[in-house]
Ligand binder design. Structure first.
Ligand SMILES: Nc1ncnc2c1ncn2[C@@H]1O[C@H](COP(=O)(O)OP(=O)(O)OP(=O)(O)O)[C@@H](O)[C@H]1O
Ligand SMILES: [Mg+2]
Length: 483
């Protein structure tokens, strides 16, 4: 059975076609004009369209062109009383599936519809396969075969298809954003947009405007109207990252949006309906934030409909080898050394490490390894030299502890050096590497990188110039440039 749309302005002919195709078990919808047909096509999915060529308000070929842009687009069979070769060629060129001349034999119509329905089914099958590939790819990005990781993938697959809000918790760098992307990819909204906003990175006033949008003149500097991320994520998924850092005023507004499924831009009174699935992520202990009065209890319950906790890497050490070799393979391929890998002792050392920065820290180390490794197999001492300890847990070291950390790094580095070195090259390489790392961790913000390095901003700029690195984008420049 196929869902068919029959378009003809002649009621009699429409009735004949409907009776004929209805008797074959198809579900037939009728339209008398091109306008009616396009309206029906906008609201319902059809497997095939049968249209007269001459319509009171246009032309059957218009339907063909209008549908060509659609995905999926049902095949169109054009029926005409004025069959000319030119017309047939034109119809096919525009993308018509078939062409029938009046007067027609019932069997000709039946056969054309059968072929069209088969084509539609093939198209659907293709779309299904494509979706499946996308879903597998998204799920496959969550690398790891440890028991906790399998449980996590299982949970993600279970909560994804529902419309429920999901609260994703876990330490920094554990993969919360990746989990959010997997939830989106495995949901019915996977073809819609995925939009993420970091609620902790923006000043209070800016955050509300980013979330909900604003009208021109809503505040000083609002020179034009802008949609917020809720509108941008319409039909898809919105990740509210670092939700634990959201100021209370914004929390109140957010709660209203979630309750009403509509946003009101700043400086406006017009509500705009939005269809968005919300995911939230935080490294904070939200119930504790609630107890301390920094997070609204009602919002917490509204967000935590489903809870997904991403365990720290030290609680799933079995994932370390797979992740490390995988990251290294990626970076090594990018620098033209695909044979590079971690040796068994190096892997053992990586497994034993506590990874306060979790998967991101391991990823960074692998990138360093991809850049700096000497031979094809990376040994334990090299790995230890690159494992920069970060005292004080997952966060960046406090200013007081920087010199202590520096002391410890120095000991490790000096201990790992061979007897003969190329001092100048080594110092340059180290300086360049530390600069790049600080910039990466500061998301390219030079002032923040300067703070991490204990340098002034102009000093950072000077050193970047020295290495021929104009800015964060320059980080991929070939080593040795500017020496
Ligand atoms: N299981 C995993 N498989 C492959 N890559 C991973 C995995 N988990 C994390 N990553 C990678 O590690 C990095 C950090 O992940 P992500 O940004 O998702 O962490 P996060 O928990 O959101 O961190 P933060 O709290 O700092 O925002 C990303 O580059 C991500 O691709
Ligand atoms: Mg994140």
């Amino acid at each position: 059975m196929a869902r068919l749309l029959v378009v003809d302005d002649e009621a009699n002919l429409r009735r004949v076609l409907c009776a004929l195709l209805g008797a074959d078990g198809h579900a037939v919808t009728e339209a008398g004009t091109a306008g009616e047909a396009l309206a029906a096509l906008g609201s319902t999915e059809f497997d095939a369209v049968l249209t007269d060529q001459k319509l009171p308000d246009g032309d059957g070929l218009q339907i063909v062109t209008a549908l060509r842009e659609r995905e999926p687009s049902p095949p169109v069979i054009v029926i005409t009383a004025f069959a000319t070769v030119e017309l047939a060629v034109e119809a096919m060129r525009l993308g018509a599936f078939d062409f029938i001349t009046k007067p027609f034999l019932p069997e000709a119509v039946r056969a054309a519809v059968r072929r069209a329905a088969e084509r539609a089914e093939l198209q659907r099958e293709n779309a299904r396969l494509r979706d499946e590939v996308q879903r597998l790819a998204a799920a496959g990005q969550l690398v790891g075969d440890s028991t906790p990781m399998r449980a996590l993938r299982h949970l993600v697959a279970r909560v994804a298809p529902s419309a429920a809000t999901v609260l994703i918790t876990g330490e920094t760098g554990t993969g919360k954003e990746l989990v959010a992307r997997a939830v989106h990819a495995l949901s019915a909204r996977s073809r819609g947009p995925f939009v993420a906003i970091n609620c902790g990175a923006l000043a209070e006033s800016l955050l509300e405007s980013e979330l909900f949008g604003h009208e021109k003149g809503a505040f000083t500097g609002a020179t034009s109207s802008r949609a917020g991320v809720f509108e941008a994520a319409h039909g898809g998924t919105l990740l509210l990252d670092e939700i634990g850092d959201m100021p209370l005023a914004a929390q109140a507004r957010l709660l209203r949006v979630l309750a009403e499924n509509q946003v009101v831009r700043l400086g406006s009174t017009t509500p705009r309906p939005v269809d968005v699935r919300v995911l939230a992520a935080t490294h904070r202990d939200l119930p504790a934030e609630v107890r301390e009065g920094r997070f609204r209890e009602d919002l917490y319950y509204r967000l935590a409909v489903a809870l997904v906790n991403v365990p720290p890497l030290r609680e799933r050490r079995d994932d370390v080898p797979l992740l490390a070799q995988g990251f290294l393979a990626r970076f090594a391929a990018a620098s033209g050394r695909p044979q590079l890998r971690f040796g068994p002792e190096a892997i053992a050392a990586l497994r034993a490490h506590d990874w306060p920065g979790n998967v991101r820290e391991l990823e960074n180390l692998s990138e360093r390894a991809g850049l700096l490794a000497q031979g094809d197999v990376i040994d334990e001492s090299a790995v230890r030299a690159w494992m920069v300890p970060r005292p004080g847990g997952a966060t960046a070291p406090a200013v007081e502890s920087v010199s202590a950390a520096g002391e410890e790094c120095r000991e490790r580095w000096l201990g790992a050096l061979p007897d003969r070195i190329e001092l100048r090259g080594l110092l340059d390489e180290l300086e360049r590497e530390l600069l790049m790392r600080a910039l990466r961790e500061a998301n390219g913000v030079q002032a923040e990188a300067a703070r991490r390095l204990g340098l002034t901003r102009s000093d950072v700029a000077y050193r970047l110039r020295k290495f021929g690195l104009g800015g964060p984008e320059g980080a991929g420049a070939p080593p040795g440039e500017g020496e």
